[in-house]
Design a binder for this molecule. Structure first.
Ligand code: HSE
Length: 292
């Protein structure tokens, strides 16, 4: 039997919620997996087809192997086909999608013996932080807290009418490089700045108060430090706000910039593209809808 799993792209942080907030978007990677003797075979179509590894280093395979280890079973030969729509190394959760896809597909192949909670813990262990893997697994907007290798989470439905415009630059940025530029210590003032916005952001999303997203989406913990890695970032954010976006942030570790919108999507997309171009960056834009 072949199992098929579709896993959504995700945007992490949403501004102030560094490493704890994420939202699923309607762009999917598909994973087909079946047991095939004792050989591993991996085929990749679409995004990442040129550079995703086809051997035991492949992330989907490593995630599948983790499920077999958890069940105490030997790993059989697997035939894996990946049909990818999520661009790689752009801040849209492609590695989280690969991890969640590998775990979910292998769990189905072995009789669904692992709970969502356990899959989330395994995904977080493989990814290092829960903010992309949680919405990739559960959909919607997820607040997640990692404590003693347990993930405590709350999932909320995205407010109706909330859309996003993503501007995806044509260069990759590794999460590792984008984390290396972050300071190890922050001031009390900076901590208060972010925690007040993160608290307001979660409340605003629950209460569907889109008018609060502008203030609630601000951040001083990671984006200012990452600005040098994404030419034009600040100008693109300002241009999107000017064109009517509710809030504009880096998506995850970047380089994609994401605008939350409720109308004016075309104008926002055009302004982001133009502004990136002026900074010498080619990008393509997409309107993506938060998924349940
Ligand atoms: N929270 C993570 C970061 C998301 O900003 O580094 C990227 O995986």
């Amino acid at each position: 039997k072949t199992v098929r799993v579709a896993v959504p792209a995700t945007t992490a942080n949403m501004g102030p919620g560094f490493d704890c907030l994420g939202m699923a978007l309607n762009l999917y990677n598909e994973i087909y997996m079946s047991i095939s003797g004792d050989k591993l075979s991996i085929e990749v179509e679409g995004e990442g087809a040129m550079d995703i590894s086809r051997d035991e280093q492949n992330i989907v395979y490593r995630a599948a192997r983790r499920v077999y280890a958890e069940l105490g079973q030997p790993v059989p030969g697997l035939t894996i086909k990946l049909v990818n729509k999520i661009p790689t190394s752009r801040g849209l959760g492609s590695s989280a999608a690969a991890i969640v896809g590998g775990l979910t597909a292998a769990n189905r192949l072995t009789g669904e013996r692992l709970s969502q909670e356990r899959l989330l813990e395994l995904a977080t262990e493989l990814e290092g932080h829960p903010d992309n893997v949680a919405p990739a697994l559960l959909g919607g907007i997820v607040i997640s807290v990692l404590q003693d290798s347990k993930v405590h989470y709350l999932r909320i439905d995205p407010p109706a009418g909330l859309n996003t415009v993503v501007a995806i630059p044509d260069f990759p940025l590794s999460t590792r490089a984008a984390r290396e530029v972050l300071p190890q210590r922050v001031s009390l003032q900076e901590a208060v700045f972010n925690l007040s916005r993160a608290a307001l952001l979660v409340g605003a999303l629950c209460e569907k108060r889109l008018d609060l997203l502008q203030v609630a989406g601000q951040d001083v913990l990671h984006q200012p430090h990452r600005a040098n890695l994404v030419p034009g970032m600040k100008e693109v954010m300002a241009a999107a706000r000017q064109a009517g976006a509710l809030n504009v942030t880096l998506s995850g570790a970047g380089p994609t910039v994401i605008a939350l919108t409720c109308g004016a999507e075309e104008a926002v997309a055009a302004s982001m593209q133009h502004s990136f171009k002026q900074a010498g960056v080619n990008c393509h834009t997409k309107v993506l809808i938060p998924t349940i």
